[in-house]
Design a protein around this ligand. Structure first.
Ligand SMILES: [Zn+2]
Length: 340
């Protein structure tokens, strides 16, 4: 299977984030890339560098003011006396209906949902190339490949149209889906990451042409807390085109595969012409987040089950954090999927 990745994606190296109020090392480390590359190669994938696709495919799902913020905020932040080395928000609007702030600190709070997505001087370029890997994978599928894998890092599914969050800046899965829409009348996004794909849901919430389905640990006591519940079904023209399948903490392969069957029923009824898989590997039983208990053979069965839908598929890397099995879990998924 063709795999897309650019070296620039590794430069973003966030240092810290707050977990239950305590400063911790940021788990979205560049080393993830090495493990994932090795995992893709072990599955027989060939690694290719994407082209520079410009801002067009990214601006199709993100607002201009947000992209301007991502590109320039680090330089602006450096002019603040005593500011932190990375851009990290310390104040947020209670509601988003108010005025758009002019200051760097105000805009950081406006455009960043939490402290997990610090912005350094390398972040913008890494996020751009990550998104371009998704664009290139979508274009490979539009050109006739049955599937392609975008090794996206930084990940994307917690990024909304104008908000970063949860290690994510540009929503790569949304960019892939919107790119596929150039040819496909209907696209489905199936998010199997441990965490709810809240940004992806937000971007397509009012649209009937992109079905969003997410399996994840129940957000009642888990990130992202404010969304991911079963009663969120879309709005306006998009009502009925969002499906959330929250799973009990520590659920294993059997529960996950049963929920996947429910997802497939909805996807088949929608009759999409292409599929985006938001592939988080953090549902793994040994992942540091410890939210679900999917096993390595489980990832292989998940890959197999998704391949059986038979749709042209763009696989977009989302979460999955450092543990010995990270690369093996990717190999298991891709081998199960069957795309050489
Ligand atoms: Zn995740």
């Amino acid at each position: 299977m063709k795999t897309f990745y650019a070296e620039e994606q590794k430069r973003h190296d966030p240092k810290a984030f707050l977990s239950s109020g305590a400063p911790q090392p940021n788990p979205e480390k560049p080393e993830r890339v090495e493990r994932l590359l090795a995992g893709a190669q072990a599955a027989g994938c060939t690694i290719e560098r994407p082209m520079d696709h410009g801002l067009g495919p990214i601006a199709a799902v993100h607002t201009p003011e947000y992209l301007d913020f991502l590109e320039h905020i680090f330089t602006r932040w450096q002019r603040i006396e005593g500011a932190s080395a990375e851009v990290i928000p310390n104040i947020h609007p209670i509601a988003r209906g108010g005025s758009y702030p002019a200051s760097a600190v105000g805009q950081a709070g406006y455009h960043m949902a939490d402290t997990a997505c610090p912005i350094s001087g390398e972040t913008w370029q890494s996020a751009l190339w990550s998104a371009w890997s998704a664009v290139e994978a979508a274009e490979a599928v539009m050109a006739g490949a049955q599937a392609a894998y975008a090794l996206c890092r930084p990940p994307g599914h917690h990024a909304f149209a104008d908000v970063a969050g949860g290690f994510c800046f540009i929503n790569n899965s949304a960019v892939a889906a919107q790119t596929l829409r150039r040819q496909a009348a209907r696209v489905a996004i199936l998010d199997v990451d441990l965490h709810h794909g809240n940004g992806t849901q937000g971007i397509f919430y009012a649209r009937p042409d992109v079905l969003t389905v997410s399996l994840h640990a129940d957000p009642v006591r888990f990130y992202p807390f404010f969304s991911g519940y079963a009663d969120e079904r879309g709005e306006g023209a998009g009502l009925g085109f969002n499906l959330n399948l929250p799973l009990q903490r520590k659920s294993g392969d059997a529960v996950f595969l049963a929920a996947l069957d429910v997802a497939f029923q909805r996807i088949r009824a929608f009759a999409p012409e292409a599929l985006v898989v938001a592939l988080g590997l953090d549902a793994f039983e040994g992942d540091p987040f410890g939210g679900l208990s999917v096993t390595k053979p489980g990832f292989s069965r998940i890959g197999e089950a998704i391949a059986r839908i038979g749709l042209p598929t763009v696989i977009v890397q989302e979460g999955g954090y450092l543990c010995d099995e990270l690369g093996d879990n990717l190999t298991a998924f891709l081998t199960g999927f069957g795309g050489k």
